[in-house]
Structures are given as structure tokens and as C-alpha cells.
Design a protein around this ligand. Structure first.
Ligand SMILES: Cc1cc2nc3c(=O)[nH]c(=O)nc-3n(C[C@H](O)[C@H](O)[C@H](O)COP(=O)(O)OP(=O)(O)OC[C@H]3O[C@@H](n4cnc5c(N)ncnc54)[C@H](O)[C@@H]3O)c2cc1C
Length: 491
């Protein structure tokens, strides 16, 4: 590919050759972080394009969708999300989230407040450290509670095209939710959305401009071995189209293979405990009531028939749906662990079949209609929504043995080898920074990479693409992947 000239001088000049295996959000972010600094970076991806793994639609600026995780993880996710908004602003869908507790739920809305207060205080602290951190609104507005008396007067009002004030976001909710089915107050929190298609577009456009980022798509790593005469690695890749094998040498390898990270660990005979979980979200079309929709979350106990129901809005009447029940987002035998013999958890073949090939049409219909019904328990008019596309699905890795872990980034084992082990997309930058520090420790790059200005996420090229360029490329990617182009548009 002919690269466009790079519009700035690389800052570091090192002979070290770095390979990043896996071009998901982790691998792409790490490769961009290194290449933008001027490091010789090769990104090897077995698929045809970048950021095409399991979906991501929530930024998780505070982890409020997970009551079960620790406050500490929520605070980490808040910081990581703020950094992500600063680096990838045009993949963020700026709309708040309503959190409602159904009457069937054991918890009380007040139980949510202590954590929200902690998050608000932390957001305030981050802004006082650096005013540029103010990317999710005023700290005072981080969350707001609304009683039934606040909501009822909104019933019957038309849904505004654009929200001008917090109550505008409540109109769609007021008009469609069975208020008798939920507890009050409800909470409006600045939990934004993010678009995987737009992130894929930003990464691809930037890599096309960066001379020192060598992208090898359709290229699967099939073997890896340590060099015998110096610290470094020989990687064998197989081209998907020609079947030809190729060998390349690198000084440092980053394993960013997502739920397949264990396969690279196994090639290196490295032990690692991890879990892999297969999950899916569904795409529905409900064009009748368009306008300023917030994300709406009806909490519920994970894995039970009353598991959390999530409605994520996109433009043009499209919605992404999660239902944390075994019949919707979760799957029986969908959570597996590594073993003493292999660092790669083995998902049953029926899930690999879905990832590598396709879903049976009947199952797409069955599960999507199930997700529509799950939302309609609380929003009865939503039962008229229709199945709009194949599910958004995939397997995610969770390092260690705690299935509730959500804030994770990287682990190191052999020298000159790192594993990106993110559970949430917003942790990718933290992973990149930790590996950068290890590159300095290994003596492969200059210490100046860790000092100002480069220590503050330095992504001049990634940030150059205009919203229009990102939208155009994101739509092309959505269509190529057979999803409605609305999922690639900013909300
Ligand atoms: C249903 C669902 C909903 C989710 N929603 C959200 C959300 O709202 N927000 C959020 O932050 N996160 C969400 N996640 C989690 C998120 O999708 C993952 O954490 C994230 O995609 C992990 O990124 P990754 O780059 O580590 O892995 P991946 O995206 O899986 O990327 C790994 C890449 O490595 C490549 N690869 C694998 N093996 C090889 C090899 N041998 N050679 C070359 N390439 C290889 C793969 O092709 C792939 O492109 C969700 C996950 C699921 C399943």
C-alpha cells in the first residue's frame, strides 16, 4: 500500500522491531501508540480488517452497568474512559444512560448512590489535576436522580430531535416505560456509548498514514519461537489467501489476540490462567419513535430470567439489545477456563462455529425476538420492534479466575513478551502505556518515551482524521461486515 506522507517528524528513533499480534482494539491501540512515537511496529491480524472482534457499545465511564464489581474497578474504568474519549473522540456516542431498578429486583435505587458519589468526586479530582479531563460534562452533572413526580409530567411530550437539557433525555423513557414496573428514583448518569466501527475506521485511517506501522492483514501467526543468539522472537505467519508461510524476526512481541491469546501462550509453552466468555448482543429496528434516546438499563440479577436488560440507541431507529439471561446475551457453557495443560480455554465447537462461520437464521430470529421481549417487559411498545441484522457477538478473555473482573490491562512473563489482556475497550491505552514502560525497562527504547510530552497519550496522526472521513470509512466497514450503516454513525 502506498502510504501518504507522515505529517510530522517521528520523535523516537530506535532500531527495535516490535510485533503486535492481533488487530482488535487492544492491538490496534498499542500499535498506534508505538508507531505514533516513531517505533518500528508491525501489526499482524489474521482477519481482513482491524477492530472486528467482539463488539463494544458502552464506554463504561464508571462501570455503572456492573453492580457486582468493586468500586476500585469502577474508578479505574472512569479514568481509562476519560483517556479514551481524549484519544478517540469521534468514536464516542455522547448520550447519557438511565439506570432503573425493576420492582422485581432485590436492590434499592439508593444502594447505587455511594458509588456514584465516589465516581463524581474522582471525576472532580481528575479535572483539578488536568482540566482537559473534563470530557463527560460537569462533575455536578455526572449523575442526577429523578422521582416518579419528575417523570410523569413528561409523558405525552414529543421526543426532541436533540436534547437541550437533562430532562429532554427522559422524555423517550417517560413515554415508553411502564412506570408501575420500576422503583424510583431512576438515575441519569454520564455513561456514554462507543462505536466499534468508528474505532476501526480511526485506526485504519491512521495506520494508512504512518510509514513505520506495517499492517499485515489476512495473516495468521502459526508459530513463534525464541531466538537462540539474542533476546527476540521468530514469528511464522500464514497468508489466508495464498496459504504461503513467511518468517520474520522481532525484538519484542505483544500478544493481543483477545480470546485466542492462550494459543500464542501455548506456542511459547507459557502458563497462564484465564477465562473466555462467549456473549452476544442483538440489533433491532424500531423507527417509529426517533430522537434523543438515552441508553436505558433495567438492572437485574445476571444469569437469571430477570437478568439486566439494556437498550442502546443508534441513529435512524436502530437499537442494540443486551439481556443478561442464558437465552439472550449469555449462553450455557459459554464461560470456560484454561487448564493445567493449556493456556487457551476451549470453547465448545458450537461457539467457534458461530465466530468463524455464521449463526443459523432461525437462532438469530429467536434470540433477537427474545431480546426485544425482554426489553418490552418494561417498555411494552417496544414489542413492535423487528429483527434488523445478525447479532453482534464474540468471545472476550478475562485474565485470572474472577469472571466479574472488568478492569484489566496487561501481563508480562517471558522477557520481551507482553500480553494485552483487556476486558473493556477503554483499558487498551493503559495496556499500551504499560508495555511502553516495559520496552524502556528492556533497554529497547529511550527513556524519553516516558517523559513529557510523549507520556501523555501522544496520538497526533490518529487524531487527524475528520469526522467526515471517519464516518465514510466506518460506514464502509459496517456494510462490508453486513451491519446497518446506522451503527457506524455518531449518535
Ligand atoms: C457481546 C459483547 C459485548 C461487549 N460490549 C462491550 C462494550 O460495550 N464495551 C467494551 O468496552 N467492551 C465490550 N465488550 C468486550 C470487548 O469487545 C473486548 O474486550 C475487546 O474486543 C477486546 O479487544 P482485544 O483487542 O483484546 O481482542 P479482540 O477484539 O478479540 O482482538 C483480537 C484480534 O486478534 C486476532 N488474532 C487472534 N489470533 C491471531 C493469530 N494467531 N494471528 C493473528 N491475529 C490473531 C483476531 O482476529 C482479533 O482481531 C463486549 C464483548 C462482547 C462479547
Amino acid at each position: 500500500m502506498n502510504k501518504k506522507p507522515m505529517p510530522y517528524q517521528p520523535l523516537l528513533s530506535n532500531p527495535a522491531k516490535i510485533a503486535v499480534i492481533g488487530g482488535g482494539v487492544a492491538g490496534s491501540t498499542i500499535a498506534l501508540r508505538f508507531a505514533e512515537l516513531g517505533l518500528d511496529t508491525t501489526l499482524i491480524e489474521k482477519g481482513p480488517s482491524l477492530v472486528n472482534g467482539p463488539p463494544m457499545c458502552h464506554l463504561h465511564a464508571g462501570g455503572n452497568l456492573y453492580r457486582e464489581i468493586s468500586d476500585q474497578q469502577c474508578l479505574i474504568l472512569l479514568k481509562q474512559s476519560i483517556d479514551t474519549v481524549k484519544v478517540y473522540p469521534s468514536c464516542i456516542n455522547v448520550r447519557p444512560t438511565i439506570i432503573a431498578l425493576p420492582k422485581t429486583d432485590k436492590g434499592q435505587p439508593e444502594d447505587l448512590l455511594p458509588r456514584l458519589e465516589k465516581l463524581r468526586a474522582e471525576y472532580e479530582r481528575l479535572i483539578s489535576n488536568d482540566p482537559a479531563n473534563k470530557v463527560i460534562g460537569e462533575p455536578a452533572d455526572y449523575f442526577q436522580c429523578f422521582t416518579r413526580a419528575d417523570i410523569e409530567p413528561l409523558i405525552g411530550k414529543p421526543i426532541p430531535k436533540k436534547a437541550q437539557c437533562p430532562t429532554d433525555w427522559l422524555i423517550a423513557f417517560a413515554n415508553h416505560t411502564n412506570l408501575d414496573a420500576i422503583k424510583f428514583p431512576i438515575v441519569l448518569v454520564q455513561e456514554y456509548g462507543m462505536s466499534a466501527f468508528r474505532l476501526a475506521a480511526i485506526a485504519t485511517l491512521a495506520i494508512e498514514r504512518l510509514n513505520n506501522c506495517h499492517l499485515q492483514t489476512n495473516s495468521k501467526v502459526v508459530a513463534i519461537s525464541a531466538q537462540t543468539d539474542h533476546l527476540g522472537w521468530q514469528i511464522t505467519t500464514k497468508d489466508n489467501n495464498s496459504g504461503k508461510q513467511n518468517q520474520q524476526e522481532f525484538d519484542y512481541v505483544v500478544n493481543a489476540c483477545g480470546f485466542k491469546s492462550g494459543e500464542i501462550d501455548d506456542m511459547l509453552n507459557t502458563k497462564r490462567k484465564r477465562m473466555v466468555e462467549f456473549k452476544a448482543a442483538y440489533v433491532a429496528h424500531w423507527p417509529k419513535y426517533q430522537g434523543a434516546w438515552p441508553e436505558i438499563v433495567f438492572h437485574g440479577e445476571r444469569g437469571t430470567p430477570q437478568g439486566m436488560a439494556q437498550l442502546t440507541p443508534y441513529p435512524n431507529g436502530y437499537f442494540q439489545l443486551h439481556g443478561m439471561t442464558q437465552d439472550i446475551t449469555l449462553f450455557e457453557q459459554g464461560l470456560v477456563s484454561s487448564s493445567a495443560n493449556s493456556a487457551q480455554p476451549k470453547l465448545p465447537a458450537k461457539f467457534i462455529e458461530k465466530i468463524d462461520k455464521q449463526w443459523p437464521a432461525q437462532l438469530v430470529n429467536h434470540r433477537t425476538l427474545g431480546s426485544i421481549g425482554h426489553i418490552a417487559q418494561y417498555m411494552p411498545s417496544f414489542s413492535s420492534a423487528t429483527v434488523a441484522a445478525k447479532p453482534l457477538f464474540g468471545a472476550q478473555q478475562i485474565p485470572g479466575q474472577d469472571p466479574d473482573l472488568r478492569a484489566a490491562d496487561v501481563s508480562f512473563d517471558s522477557k520481551h513478551y507482553a500480553r494485552a489482556e483487556i476486558v473493556k475497550a477503554s483499558s487498551a491505552l493503559e495496556a499500551a502505556d504499560a508495555i511502553l514502560a516495559d520496552l524502556v525497562c528492556c533497554g529497547l527504547i529511550e527513556k524519553s518515551a516516558l517523559t513529557a510530552p510523549y507520556k501523555h497519550h501522544y496520538f497526533p496522526v490518529s487524531q487527524q482524521s475528520s469526522d467526515t472521513d471517519v464516518t465514510k470509512r466506518a460506514i464502509a466497514l459496517a456494510e462490508q461486515r453486513e451491519y446497518p450503516s446506522a451503527l457506524a454513525l455518531n449518535f
